[in-house]
Design a protein around this ligand. Structure first.
Ligand code: 5RP
Length: 233
């Protein structure tokens, strides 16, 4: 493992722990997707096991989160049997100064948007590499699309000025398939001046299920950093 990978892992662990520490007993917790949230799920499991935290129930945002939660002993529920989510913890691929996000690096943004926006408190956990001045500078906008519509959706996105690319899986053997059985188009925009408008415009294209722009969804982003050689939040 390189020193850079080590530092990134330490920051993710630290921030995942900081988020897990904010969860109180008897909470219903939205469980996000990705490598940073995976640490939060692990630390929630540790707190449950030690008895320090009691009676939490998780709402997973993906199959990955569901499997991890089961592994770490977190009981799960679904949205049809609960009427609230107290707190959600989730990662992001980019965070701008207004705390708008790009998500969907793990192709889970549709369920993530449902769960994260239902939560009374949505905590975003990132390492410092995710902070950007403007959304779209380092990451493309993921757009989940139903398979039969991927070609017209790509053409519609080109007309909006975006450069669409169908997300391919390992060794490009086939397209990435979401938990809903759909495909993901990653879109490079030269400049995203109005994320709120772009979020709506993309979702208005027939065949699009949801895109990875999260606008005004959080007011708490925990950032893992390395300070004086030590990880901190
Ligand atoms: C998955 C996501 C993830 O939260 C995002 O990609 C960040 O992942 P990681 O913590 O592994 O960097 O949006 O759809």
């Amino acid at each position: 493992m390189t020193a850079e990978m080590d530092a990134s892992k330490l920051m993710k662990q630290q921030v995942g722990k900081a988020a897990a520490d904010r969860v109180q007993s008897s909470s219903i917790v939205g469980l996000g997707t990705g490598s940073t949230t995976a640490y939060a799920i692990q630390f929630l499991g540790d707190r449950l096991k030690s008895g320090e935290l009691k009676d939490i129930i998780g709402v997973p945002t993906s199959f990955q989160a569901e499997v991890l939660a089961r592994e770490y002993g977190i009981p799960l529920t679904t949205l049809d049997v609960i009427d609230r989510i107290d707190i959600a913890i989730d990662g992001a691929d980019e965070v701008d100064p207004q705390l708008n996000l790009i998500k969907g690096g793990g192709a889970a943004h549709t369920r993530e948007k449902v769960v994260d926006t239902l939560a009374a408190e949505f905590i975003v956990v990132v390492d410092s590499s995710k902070l950007v001045d403007k959304l779209g500078s380092t990451f493309k906008v993921p757009v989940e699309v139903i398979p039969m519509a991927y070609a017209p959706v790509m053409r519609a996105i080109e007309k909006l000025g975006g450069k669409p690319e169908l997300r391919m899986g390992v060794k490009k053997a086939g397209p990435v398939v979401t938990d809903q059985g759909n495909m993901v188009i990653d879109v490079k925009f030269d400049s995203i001046d109005n994320p709120a408008e772009l979020e709506k415009t993309l979702n208005n294209i027939p065949g699009v299920l949801e895109n990875g722009l999260f606008v005004n969804t959080t007011n708490l982003v925990l950032v893992g950093e390395i300070k004086d050689g030590q990880p901190s939040v």
